[in-house]
Design a protein around this ligand. Structure first.
Ligand SMILES: Cc1ncc(COP(=O)(O)O)c(C=O)c1O
Length: 345
């Protein structure tokens, strides 16, 4: 039987043999007591990578983002972020439920917005208004098609936030991809951001785990909320070991995912009826539109699945394909050919 090529997400990867060995051999302790040496090693490593003072290991990117919001706001405050951000679309209403904050959208192409928008959106210091407290940016931007923030535009947004008395959080679930694609070190991308979340369980291929980094006081507060939200773990070193292994062995290969995404997009764009600009593919995520005559994107995904390619529909006429650890260069081209067959029929 033809092997299915699963392009639904980079979260579907399974730990490799080497990673499983590292997990089995991990030294562990009770992390809630601060006694897991492997978790501590990962948190120190994440501080070095991000250039931030302190960090905390958490079960998911969602928890890292929600802790960042909770730790840096008070109920009634306002968070400025892009309307297509993960925080708005896919975190179960967490900002409202867990932090009691309002969101003010800052729209723009492919997940980006500008410092000028932040300056225009900030609310005045008036008892009628919510306090604009936090700006969040997503880099790379998932619903923006894996878009990498231009570094000057990003830093200008951080500067605007600070000038206006706000803090700046980076949802860096895929900061690794942004770094590899732009050639900038993670700490350079973050420059004077106040906090960053990053995932080990996406392109890096660990089974579980994310981290939040910031200044010491913010991470101390985040640890309290991690406990409150039920995200404190015990012998989590087995998971931290997978993340450390991923940093050592899988970071460099992200460039392959980006090359595979470009090759996939180039081939797929040749299918008449597919709406896709391969030049817009910067990292491992490819969004494409389909001819409305083919029916809904959901129905198109079902046809592709029958042809052996799994993907998610992300709107009535748009589909997302994501490259990852288990997709080879040959798989990427084969997937594009199968999709062409399934849709062109
Ligand atoms: C940009 C972004 N942020 C945060 C997350 C949340 O990560 P998790 O699924 O680990 O909660 C995701 C997940 O895909 C994401 O794409």
């Amino acid at each position: 039987m033809t092997q299915t090529i699963d392009l639904r997400s980079d979260t579907i990867t399974k730990p490799t043999e080497g990673m499983r060995r590292a997990m089995a051999q991990a030294e562990v302790g009770d992390d809630m007591f601060g006694e897991d040496p492997t978790v501590r090693r990962l948190e120190e490593r994440f501080c070095e990578i991000t250039g931030m003072e302190a960090s905390v290991f958490v079960p998911s990117g969602t928890m890292a983002n929600q802790l960042a919001i909770r730790a840096q706001t008070e109920p009634g405050d306002e968070v400025i972020t892009h309307p297509e951000s993960h925080i708005i679309h896919y975190e179960s209403g967490g900002p409202a439920a867990l932090s009691g904050v309002m969101i003010q959208p800052a729209p723009g192409l492919r997940g980006l917005f500008t410092a000028e928008q932040v300056r225009a959106l900030v609310r005045s210091d008036d008892a009628h208004c919510a306090v604009s407290r936090l700006v969040t940016v997503e880099n790379t931007h998932n619903r923006g098609g894996g878009k990498v923030w231009p570094i000057d535009q990003l830093h200008a947004v951080f500067d605007a936030a600070h000038d206006l008395g706000m803090r700046a959080h980076v949802d860096g679930a895929r900061i690794w991809n942004a770094s590899v694609a732009s050639g900038e070190r993670v700490r350079a991308i973050l420059a004077n951001a106040d906090s960053v979340s990053a995932c080990f369980s996406k392109g890096l291929g660990a089974p579980v785990g994310s981290a939040l980094a910031s200044d010491g006081a913010t991470i101390k507060r985040a640890r309290r909320f991690r406990k409150m939200f039920g995200g404190s773990m015990r012998q989590a070193g087995v998971l931290a070991a997978a993340a450390l292994y991923a940093l050592d062995h899988h970071l460099g290969r992200l460039a392959e995912d980006h090359a595979n995404a470009r090759a996939f997009a180039g081939r797929l764009a040749e299918t008449p009826g597919v709406v896709l600009d391969p030049a817009g593919v910067e990292t491992n995520i490819v969004y494409f539109g389909i001819d409305p005559a083919w029916g809904t994107a959901a129905a198109a995904c079902e046809r592709c699945a029958r042809e052996g390619v799994r993907m998610f529909d992300t709107g009535p006429g748009t589909i997302r394909a994501v490259m990852h650890l288990h997709v080879s260069a040959a798989d990427a081209l084969e997937a594009a050919a199968r999709i062409g067959r399934a849709l062109g029929r």
